[in-house]
Design a protein around this ligand. Structure first.
Ligand SMILES: NC(=O)c1ccc[n+]([C@@H]2O[C@H](COP(=O)([O-])OP(=O)(O)OC[C@H]3O[C@@H](n4cnc5c(N)ncnc54)[C@H](O)[C@@H]3O)[C@@H](O)[C@H]2O)c1
Length: 256
């Protein structure tokens, strides 16, 4: 096999920006027909024969059901579901009220669970679902508590879904990025984000959306046919330890 997605049909949520836009492009490049879903239209649409868009609020279960059905009606099948849509907001835990928290739980947990259910109901054996978690789900993360909790929920949903849909021949996996250069990550203080990447990621740099999209492509492809229930970190090594510059800084040196 060669990671070909010829003949496959995919939905990519959050496809109007950042990682989602790169995923949609990557899957189309591998031969898939792709249905984008987002609150906003993607900046560019490809060939109408292989690329479509539906405005969808992925925190609303009924909109996700309609999205999956529209994809089947438009392209005749659904083989790959990428649940990438996400939001970010950082504040200490004591500043989170119920309304602020609910936005995160509705999109990241209820949304991913609903999209998984609606996609799986329309897939045949060989179908693949790829969810989006985050390195913040792996440990405590000061000011990212609510975001991280919902991203940890996505890992748990991925594991259970892998068990429940395995007998149907469907695979469910998860990508967990570190810092990827997108509007979400760079929204505030890009200099600080780049500095954090130099300190925390052994590779010493921010990742690019295409590098996260490549992981999705692999997990969605038939080449990953015996991989399910897994979390693939795309984090420049952050999860295993800091960069040499970060260690030197901890020892008192000024990072270059
Ligand atoms: N960029 C990073 O450093 C990073 C790190 C870890 C995890 N992630 C995760 O990767 C995914 C993609 O993030 P990104 O950095 O590309 O962000 P981004 O902000 O560039 O793109 C997110 C997209 O999701 C869409 N979206 C938001 N709410 C939605 C909703 N209710 N319904 C439909 N679409 C909605 C937005 O319109 C946007 O197009 C997210 O799940 C995010 O949590 C990103």
């Amino acid at each position: 096999m060669n990671f070909s997605l010829e003949g496959k049909v995919a939905i990519v949520t959050g496809a109007a920006s950042g990682i989602g836009e790169a995923i949609s492009r990557r899957l189309r490049g591998a031969g898939a027909r792709v249905f984008d879903a987002d609150l906003n239209a993607p900046p560019q649409m490809g060939n109408a024969e292989t690329h479509d868009f539906r405005r969808t609020d992925c925190s609303q279960p009924e909109e996700l059901a309609a999205l999956c059905q529209m994809c089947v009606d438009r392209f005749g099948q659904l083989d790959i579901m990428v649940n990438n849509a996400g939001i970010a907001d950082a504040a200490p835990l004591h500043e989170w009220d119920a309304a602020r928290s609910e936005r995160f739980w509705r999109l990241h947990v209820l949304g991913v669970q609903s999209a998984t259910r609606e996609a799986a109901a329309r897939m045949t054996p060989g179908g693949a679902i790829v969810n989006f978690s985050s390195i913040t789900a792996m440990r405590g993360f000061v000011t990212w508590g609510e975001y991280a909790a919902t991203k940890a929920g996505i890992i748990s949903l991925t594991q259970t879904a892998a068990m429940e849909y395995g007998p149907a021949g469907l695979r469910v996996n998860c990508v967990a990025p570190g810092i990827i250069e997108t509007p979400m990550a760079m929204a505030e203080a890009p200099d600080m984000v780049e500095r954090n990447a130099r300190i925390f990621a052994p590779l010493g740099r921010i990742g690019q959306p295409e590098e996260a999209a490549a992981a999705v492509h692999f997990l969605a492809s038939p080449d990953a046919s015996y991989i399910t229930g897994q979390v693939l970190l795309v984090d420049g090594g952050w999860s295993v330890g800091p960069s040499i510059a970060g260690l030197e800084m901890a020892a008192g040196a000024t990072p270059q």
